[in-house]
Design a protein around this ligand. Structure first.
Ligand SMILES: Nc1nc2c(c(=O)[nH]1)N[C@@H](CN(C=O)c1ccc(C(=O)N[C@@H](CCC(=O)O)C(=O)O)cc1)CN2
Ligand SMILES: [Mg+2]
Length: 283
């Protein structure tokens, strides 16, 4: 039976060390890292995530604020809010919660966030800097995935890593990070011919397809580290991942559960990015 990677526990442990670092930073500089999250509309899941971000940020010693805007907010109004936050000295991190209402062009909004405060790592400058190995804010979910892989104690360098999914917020950046760790990286996607032949090569398999229980044991190399980024609903409307956990746990070497795997690390990495931003803004 494979080991379950307990993301909830690793996230909590990591939060303790980030809290200590924030405490030391604030004691030394008199500056409290500041994070402002902007939430537009009534999306139920987003409300929960934003509340969790606020709670965990406060617990870590971050000055946390949430700006809640009506679903009818115009793109121009949202851009004006972002502009204000770009100028606000006490705000080190800005995060606009996704998804945004369809009436707003999300790319336009993300492009307007100062790259120096872009703790989500979604701004094209940060995306580009990550790709060329320069200092960048690393997107939170991919950063958390690397921590979870490292928590196994296995080396990444030289391993075959396969990422299934090519989104800008998970697939592409996690592939960049695995490459930085000297893995041999393949990105597979919905148009990949014979997916199982590709995934079976993977010592490290990261799955971000959005398809419930899509990956079965037939897709795995025995002993692989399998990271499930999915947040889907099964036939009983229960939260599940892109990997069929029960089918795969006996073949995988390590597997993240859903819930309790990748998700909790996303917020932890946001706290770390906020601290990093405060450090960069403070001489
Ligand atoms: N601006 C951003 N928007 C969104 C991001 C993001 O990183 N930046 N990611 C997701 C939402 N998200 C954080 O914002 C997020 C999603 C899920 C979790 C999490 O801990 N999930 C739990 C399960 C929760 C449940 O029961 O529903 C888990 O996996 O254990 C944290 C953060 C989209 N938007
Ligand atoms: Mg999870």
């Amino acid at each position: 039976m494979g080991h379950i990677i307990n993301g909830k526990q690793i996230a909590a442990q990591t939060q303790v060390s980030i809290t200590e670092r924030i405490e030391a930073f604030t004691a030394e500089t008199g500056v409290k890292p500041g994070l402002t999250v902007v939430l537009v509309g009534e999306d139920q899941a987003s409300q929960v995530y934003v509340r969790n971000k606020e709670k965990r940020a406060v617990a870590a010693g971050i000055n946390s604020a949430v700006i809640r805007l009506e679903a009818t907010t115009s793109e121009a109004e949202l851009l004006a809010v972002v502009e204000q936050l770009n100028q606000a000295e006490e705000v080190h991190g800005i995060l606009v919660q996704l998804p945004l209402p369809k009436t707003i062009d999300a790319d336009k909004v993300l492009d307007r966030i100062s790259p120096l405060k872009d703790v989500d790592g979604f701004h094209p400058i940060n995306v580009g800097n990550l790709a060329i190995g320069k200092e960048a804010f690393v997107p939170c979910t991919p950063a958390g995935i690397i921590r979870l892989i490292k928590s196994t104690g296995e080396t990444i360098a030289g391993k075959e890593a396969v990422v299934v999914g090519r989104s800008n917020i998970v697939g592409k950046p996690v592939a960049q990070l695995l490459l930085q760790e000297n893995a041999t990286v393949t990105i597979a996607h919905s148009r990949t011919t014979d997916l199982a032949a590709v995934t079976k090569r993977a010592d490290i398999l990261v799955v971000a397809t959005g398809l419930a229980k899509f990956i079965k044991k037939e897709h795995l190399k025995p002993g692989a580290i399998v990271i499930d980024v999915g947040m889907d609903r099964d036939e009983n409307n229960r939260l599940c991942g892109d990997v069929d956990f029960d089918d795969c746990i006996d073949v995988a070497g390590y597997l993240t559960p859903v819930p309790g795997g990748v998700g909790p690390m996303t917020i932890t990495m946001l706290l770390e990015n906020t601290l990093i931003s405060a450090e960069r803004h403070t001489n």
